[in-house]
Design a protein around this ligand. Structure first.
Ligand code: AKB
Length: 316
């Protein structure tokens, strides 16, 4: 059967780069981008696009059938910080969109589903260092609760109905092409823009807040990698832990100072500090490495170099 991919949430931080990557790999016409509203010119001109509300089952079904979609990447979600401001909106978006796709797959209208989970599934009672794949999970954020619930449903649909759903628990993702919106880890992107523009940054997390992070190129390879793995190799159907690096605001600012020596960081923690404090500092992802061969490439200094190199033109 010929592969036809639908990306829901194609204009978001990960969706944009995933769309570009998959269009280059499979050809533009094989990858249908969709989002609640149109994206930038580059995305709109690079292949088919549908304005699509991920919560509208009939509309999603129409797109799936009209384009003979085989694989869906469901990237639409409300992230941790925004979800705390709009709890019910976040719950409805994050859950309804997932059920729509799981049900289409259960009915045999879609073959394979990618759904992103997050380190937000963990909570303050989870071991903070080298957090295991299977451990205590008591998330305290709306976003984390929705992701943990989603994981349970993914596993249920796989075991009960044979739905081929695959998932990874993203750490904070750092990228230069599209800005993220409403996450707790977003500081790790904003800091590069402010370093280039003003040579200083006021951080909304404190200096010692160490969180798991990943450069976008690694995140895209992981996302496509798990979808291309043999079905038998995907032994975990809730979601895989995934890791690349961990750092705190002080460490990323030291890394930036190697290129911008007069860069200064100061700290004004806000409500996002509590969210970050409930998440792990580092993740054990040996299951992903053993089961489907995950390997990261980027560590902090390499990521810093790439970010500054790619963003400097914007502030020249
Ligand atoms: C967020 O900060 O909400 C996200 C995440 C860790 O899932 N980047």
């Amino acid at each position: 059967m010929k592969k036809r991919i639908l990306i829901i949430g194609a204009c978001g931080q990960i969706g944009t780069e995933l769309t570009n990557f998959l269009r280059e790999k499979h050809g533009s016409h094989k990858v249908i981008a969709s989002d609640i509203r149109e994206g930038d010119d580059e995305l709109m001109e690079s292949g088919p696009f549908e304005v699509l509300d991920a919560m509208d089952y009939d509309a999603v079904q129409d797109v799936v059938i009209n384009y003979e979609i085989t694989d869906v990447y469901l990237m639409a979600a409300m992230l941790s910080a925004t979800a705390e401001k709009f709890p019910m909106k976040a719950w409805n978006l994050n859950m309804d969109s997932l059920f729509n796709i799981l049900n289409l797959a259960k009915e045999g209208k879609v073959n394979k589903v990618f759904w992103p989970s997050s380190i937000a599934v963990f909570g303050a009672t989870t071991p903070k260092q080298d957090t295991p794949q299977r451990t205590v999970m008591e998330p305290s954020t709306v976003y984390g609760i929705s992701k943990q619930t989603g994981e349970r449903w993914c596993e249920y649909y796989n075991k009960r109905f044979g739905v081929d759903v695959r998932s990874i628990r993203y750490p904070g993702i750092v990228s230069y092409k599209t800005l993220p919106g409403g996450g707790t880890t977003d500081y790790a992107i904003d800091i590069f823009h402010k370093a280039l523009k003003h040579q200083n940054y006021i951080c909304f997390l404190n200096a010692e807040t160490t969180l798991p992070m990943m450069y976008m190129e690694d995140a895209i390879r992981a996302t496509v990698g798990i979808m291309e793995a043999d079905e038998a190799d995907i032994k975990i159907r809730s979601s895989y832990n995934l890791a690349a690096m961990s750092f705190n605001p002080e460490e990323i600012s030291e890394s930036i100072k190697k290129h911008i020596p007069n860069f200064e960081i100061s700290y004004q923690p806000d409500f996002r500090q509590d969210i970050a404090d409930s998440w792990p500092s580092s993740i054990n992802d040996s299951a992903a490495r053993d089961d489907w061969g995950w390997q990261h490439r980027y560590a902090l200094d390499e990521m810093t170099e790439e970010m500054l190199e790619n963003l400097k033109g914007e502030y020249a």
